[in-house]
Design a protein around this ligand. Structure first.
Ligand code: BGP
Length: 461
């Protein structure tokens, strides 16, 4: 029997999560991160005042969660290691409890036939390193390289798929441009330095990995195709510059080993080039990734600037484009994000045509919905909207695969409802709901649906 949408053999079905958002139990058995600090300083910036200390307790319940993963057909799962848990303070001694915990999680996944994908950094800078400047300080690159090496040595015998960073643009935008992450700086020059240093840290980790290990290493990028309002040259230029800043400043060095010339020229023209070291260029060139994780939630729609920026105002990427709200666009109203399923296909075709058809997979895609209790019937959430959301994206992914794109899998964000950065528990994303009082997990309808899809490696329309 062939299905309408049959995926390539050995396709990865799974989901992704991050340490800060799921583990819990930081108190006393892990170092603190920027999130602990920010929550202490400004609890009112978090939805309903709920901070990173109230998570879904994966730290204690991972066995049950992995059993549930198995039950819904996962053959792979991405977790992140908490740097501050493994090495409290970010440098120095390794925390034995963390080694035990991650060993147990990895072994349990493997025992259940689920391949662990491990990411080293998901927005969670140890606070002591932020206090010496975070990614602005080259010393932190060294500390990260040491951390990466330690993680590879400890877990690389069993973990064969690694990622250096999740969405490195987000701490840049949130922490240094638009004030939605600690340290709440608004300064493009510093943002550009942070973005650049992150990619140097990334390349250092790739190099260390390739020197000593035999699996694959990559990066996870949230690619946002930049669609111009029209084919008018000014709109096209706006979309191109937006793409340079928000996609290609990470995608090009990671996959091609160099920054786009026109990005360098633009920064140079505005006196915004970051500080670099002579060896950086070769480091980037010689250490490209093996696999790319693509997080896709929404595209960007842009138009030419309507008002010229104030020439005395500090430089910002937004000098070159305005966001554009396309009439009739489909929205996830809870999150305020556009839903545009074809974006996933456009990304894959771009990777095929311009990035050597690198091996890639959808490492996050998902739909956060508020007050999902409204949809409970007979004790479980009937999330048909999520099933439709996944299905429509998968159709475009399938088309990309049919057309020769090297797409290897699809991971949902996320396995179970979790704490999310400033939004805490506002939007729920999981295949499983989590009772915030008791911690009890309950499969949603989408869990049952994905189990079937994973088993058949596809679905009928
Ligand atoms: C991605 C992050 C995740 C997750 C997800 C959903 O950017 O990698 O950590 O949070 O987005 O976004 P949010 O939780 O803000 O709704």
């Amino acid at each position: 029997m062939t299905l309408d949408y049959q995926f390539p053999k050995d396709f990865w079905w799974g989901s992704a999560a991050s340490a800060t958002q799921t583990e819990g139990s930081t108190n006393g058995i892990s170092g603190a991160t920027i999130w602990d600090r920010w929550y202490k300083e400004a609890p009112n910036r978090f939805f309903e005042g709920v901070g990173p200390d109230q998570t879904s307790d994966f730290y204690h319940r991972y066995k049950e969660d992995i059993t549930n993963m198995k039950a819904i057909g996962h053959n792979s799962f991405r977790l992140s290691i908490s740097w501050a848990r493994l090495i409290p303070g970010g440098k120095g001694d390794v925390n034995d409890d963390a080694v035990r915990f991650y060993n147990e999680v990895i072994d349990e996944l493997l025992n259940q036939g689920i391949e662990p994908f491990v990411n080293l950094y998901h927005f969670d800078m140890p606070i002591e390193l932020q206090d010496i400047g975070g990614w602005e300080n080259r010393e932190v690159i060294e500390a990260y390289a040491d951390y990466a090496k330690i993680a590879f040595d400890l877990f690389g015998d069993r973990v064969k798929t690694w990622f250096t960073f999740n969405e490195p643009i987000v701490p840049v935008e949130g922490g240094y441009l638009y004030d939605f992450h600690y340290p709440n700086v608004v300064d493009a020059r510093r943002a550009i330095q942070v973005a650049y240093n992150t990619m140097i840290a990334h390349a250092r980790a790739v190099k260390l990995y390739h020197e000593a290990q035999d699996g694959k290493i990559g990066i996870v990028l949230n690619l946002t195709p930049s669609y111009p309002r029209s084919q008018n040259p000014a709109d096209l230029k706006a979309a191109h510059i937006c793409d340079l800043f928000f996609n290609r400043s990470f995608l090009d060095p990671a996959v091609l080993g160099e920054y786009p010339d026109d990005l360098i020229e633009l920064l140079e023209e505005h006196g915004q080039l970051p500080e670099t070291k002579v060896d950086d260029k070769d480091l980037l060139k010689n250490n490209i990734i093996d696999i790319l994780g693509v997080n896709y939630y929404q595209p960007r729609r842009v138009k030419a600037k309507e008002h010229l920026p104030n020439p005395y105002a500090p430089f910002m990427p937004d000098w070159f484009f305005d966001n554009y709200e396309m009439p009739g666009r489909k929205m996830n109203v809870y999150r305020g994000w556009e839903i545009y399923e074809k974006g996933i296909y456009d990304i894959m075709i771009n990777l095929k045509e311009n990035y050597g058809n690198i091996d890639s997979f959808i490492s996050e895609n998902g739909m956060g919905v508020q007050n999902e209790e409204r949809f409970i019937k007979d004790g479980r959430i009937e999330d048909d909207y999520r099933i439709d959301f996944i299905k429509e994206h998968l159709k475009w992914l399938h088309k990309a695969a049919e057309e020769g794109c090297n797409v290897k899998g699809y991971h949902l964000w996320t396995f179970m409802d979790n704490w999310s950065w400033m939004n805490a528990y506002k939007n729920r994303y999981g295949f499983f709901s989590v009772d915030l009082e008791t911690g009890e997990r309950t499969a949603k309808k989408s869990a049952e649906w994905i189990a079937e899809v994973s088993k058949q490696n596809g679905f009928n329309d």
